[in-house]
Design a protein around this ligand. Structure first.
Ligand code: ZN
Length: 443
């Protein structure tokens, strides 16, 4: 061996201890001895190698920024936090138009240690459709933290996002509470418990009734704006030291406008509006699956060993199973070529024009159009027939421009991860994506 080619030693250590101890040992080897170490689970789930990196340096830098802020080097804001927010009995209360919604905060969360920009941004995403003035006096000064946060629902898309992000990502679940309805957290919580057992990473659950705001406007309970799904990440960004916010937004919501027409998302009004706002408070948007269809996301989640755990259906109380009758269940079952049953909800959605999440729904119907009761979707909904001959194979590739939207410090990481699961779009697939426009004749 010449001097330029030193030996490389690999040592395999078999542990009988718990996952927790394995993680501690890996950290010691890495931080104290500077040896790269990797935990490989004996049964499935971890087929890919990852490079572990210490984030101690980023954390120390973040701490010094915090200290500076505490010394009073913080910009004055025109936003009156106390007018809209208060904290009592462990609950953060947001008041708007004389209505109140709550967030149950972690035990050691501090109202006073949360930057006023975060309250203002949370306020903005909660009421944006009805009040355009929230950011009128926007004068942001919050500095970035040191690790990403993911609005994690336990569904297929956010599970795929999780697989493409570093392991120091904080996982935050919005747990809808005190709103009567069909929503059931059984499968999400079952997944989180199992995930924590296997990976030693907790999913932080924030109970909240903020989805009521939409109800007050005469609609179904739900997120008032696209980024209301991540409001728990915003209000906890200082508590966890977040430097970016991720969601499981798939290709069908990014590059496919309303799921049925291509748009250049990088240059869209949508992106150009939201990205700078989040960036300005040290929370750039991190959309790891913006270039991945729901079909790819399902594949990524399966590769991770989470099929049967990650569940997009939010109605089922049966562990490990969807309800079978909702729109999400229809799409998942047809996508996988599994039997599905027709329900009133599915009928309503299939009759609608434009078809909801059209590209991947059509792709799914192409795989399986007949329900377990023998109903043929195509015969029952003839307006879908012309679309069934469409070539939708672009949904099986990754759309590369989405990588440009990822915060620079995480881009390479996510790119490397993604490469393990999916190929970039071929020229012909890209052409099909760009031509995808279902209802062009009617407009
Ligand atoms: Zn369902």
């Amino acid at each position: 061996m010449s001097d330029e080619k030193p030996y490389l030693y690999m040592v395999e250590v078999k542990l009988e201890e718990t996952d927790n101890e394995a993680i501690k040992l890996r950290r010691t080897l890495q931080e104290e001895f500077n040896w790269n170490a990797e935990i490989v689970y004996r049964e499935g789930g971890n087929q890919f190698s990852a490079r572990n990196k210490s984030t101690l340096k980023q954390y120390s830098q973040y701490q010094s920024i915090k200290n500076e802020e505490e010394l009073g080097n913080i910009k004055i804001s025109n936003y009156d936090v106390g007018e809209f927010w208060r904290f009592e009995g462990g609950r953060l209360i947001f008041t708007w138009n004389e209505e109140e919604v709550f967030f149950e905060m972690p035990l050691n969360w501090q109202f006073e240690e949360t930057h006023h920009d975060l309250f203002q941004l949370a306020h903005f995403v909660l009421v944006e459709p009805w009040d355009k003035t929230v950011l009128d006096n926007w004068n942001p000064s919050r500095k970035a933290g040191w690790r990403p946060g993911l609005a994690f629902s336990g569904g297929i898309d956010s599970t795929a996002a999780l697989a493409l992000m570093p392991s120091n990502t904080v996982l935050l679940y919005n747990e809808r509470a005190e709103i009567p309805g069909q929503l059931d957290h059984t499968n999400a919580i079952r997944f989180f418990d199992n995930f924590e057992k296997k990976t030693n990473r907790p999913v932080i659950r924030i109970r909240s009734n903020h989805e009521r705001l939409r109800q007050l406007k005469g609609k179904n309970a739900g997120f008032s704006s696209d980024y209301a799904c991540a409001v728990q990440c915003i209000i906890l960004a200082d508590h966890f030291g977040l430097d970016s916010i991720a969601t499981g937004m798939p290709l069908e919501n990014s590059y496919l406008f309303h799921g049925y027409r291509y748009r250049n998302f990088n240059k869209s009004r949508y992106w150009n509006r939201y990205a700078p706002i989040f960036e300005s408070v040290g929370l750039p948007l991190y959309q790891p699956v913006a270039g991945c269809s729901e079909i790819i996301n399902m594949k990524i989640s399966e590769h991770q060993g989470w099929s049967g755990w990650a569940q997009s259906c939010i109605r089922s109380s049966k562990e490990g199973f969807g309800c079978g009758g909702c729109w999400k269940c229809l799409r998942k079952n047809t996508m996988m070529g599994l039997p599905f049953s027709m329900s009133n909800e599915i009928e309503t959605f299939l009759s609608k024009k434009p078809l909801k999440q059209a590209a991947s729904t059509l792709y799914s119907i192409q795989q399986n159009a007949i329900s377990s009761e023998g109903i043929n979707i195509v015969k029952k909904f003839p307006h879908l027939k012309p679309f069934l001959a469409l070539e939708l194979d672009f949904l099986l590739f990754h759309h590369e421009p989405a990588m440009e939207l990822i915060p620079h410090k995480y881009r390479k990481f996510t790119e490397d991860k993604l490469e393990q699961y999916v190929l970039p779009m071929t020229r012909s697939a890209l052409t099909k994506l760009k031509r995808f426009d279902l209802y062009s004749d009617n407009e």
